[in-house]
Design a protein around this ligand. Sequence first.
Ligand SMILES: [Fe+2]
Ligand SMILES: [Fe+2]
Length: 483
Amino acid sequence: MNPPVEERSQPLKVKMLHQLAVEMVVRMNVILKSARIYAPNNLLFQRQITLFLELVRKALAEAGEASFTTRAGTLFFNNIRLKYGFANYHFFKFILEEFRKKQIGGIRFDRKVAEGDLKTLMLVLAKVDHEAAQPFETLAAEAERQGLGHIGLEKMSPSELAAKPEKHSARVFFLGITHLEEAFAGQSRDEKIRLSTTRRLMQSIFNSISDNEYFVQGLTNIKNFHEYTLNHSMNVCMLSIALGRRLGLDRNELVDLGISAFFHDLGKLDTPKEILDKPSKLDEQERQIMEKHPFQGASMLVQFKDFKKLPLQAIHVAMEHHVKEDLTGYPRYVWKQSINLFSKIVKIADFFDAVTTKRVYRTSHFTRDEALALMLAQIGKEFHPVLLREFVKMMGVYPVGSLVALDTGELAVVVENNPEALFILRPCVKLITDAAGIKKDGETVDLSEVATGSQNYSRTIVKVLDPLKYGIRVADYFLARAG
Ligand SMILES: [Fe+2]
Ligand SMILES: [Fe+2]
């Protein structure tokens, strides 16, 4: 039997309320999605409302209050910051987007709340179009018209409305490049690299990925923004943290993984630029110089004055990121039977970013989906099978940033994958041309949506295209979202 409320310790109470709130978020997803499909008297809909009410009542009995609020893109329940893992990420994302689109700052349930109130709330939320000129005012007016009682709605604050999580993520991306540039320059002058700054940067990247993983994947479409190695290192760092997160590494491990990925090509500082950027194939001697960069990177890291703050894995990653799963590649690994887990993760992100980047010396480059197919052909030989499969799952059939042609004749950029396995071929896309091929700043559409009054999907992907052939800079669409 549960102990009485007052006997329960504070951390236990917080944990219990957190658990209740997570269940409510999941339940709210089901209700809002079914409210758009079923009539209000549908049994499934009714049942979900009853279950949701039970959770609200439990929270009210436990804490005397029950309210959801949002601040800085995070959801709170009774002022408890709600943390979510990968498994329930999309439920949270859906609710946070509902709040943002409808400009809701908070929803408060009072003690007298009944099934009828919840039903009204959900129907109003499902009915009001977020594209209305004043979404919150429209929502509040509709709630009043339908007699919503015992539930208070609060408007999002002006500062919250102006805040853009994407802006923060993009800022972190460019800060990362600047920091790495300083680290590279400092290293060549034998100055101290501030690893505490690197660590904080990794924490910010982790936060950005937790808040909006797809947007961060979108940012990795930024190529050749600055010197190749800097931009590439930042992309590899973000993709490695994202993959590590999917694999269940904890926050500290992800920060260490990020640092290791960030410095994986540090040794290229000592590789002559003529070799790094040579437009034709390297001769034997040049190849040997190029293949020294893992050794050089590892020895540079060992010489860091801040060495004690450096995760040991960073040395492994610098040394091993060109060693293949079957231990071929370079440097030759004859004295070791296996390579470090972090090296295997970084290797995947490194290869993906390298082959999807157009370089002067590379005769061909690959679109993001082609790169995944190429990598899958090397599963077990070049890449660890389980890790590669998880990476492919993370990137989706049409990775974020893919340029696609639709059956309507329109062109679009993939901005988000669909988390439902049933809809892996139906991501969210931003329309960038009309059916005649004229460029436009189109809307973002969910390809799993069915046209009103029809059984058919509104749009379907028919082909993946190479953005460079069409003169399209995919990264611009993500940067535009960051303002
Ligand atoms: Fe490398
Ligand atoms: Fe690399």
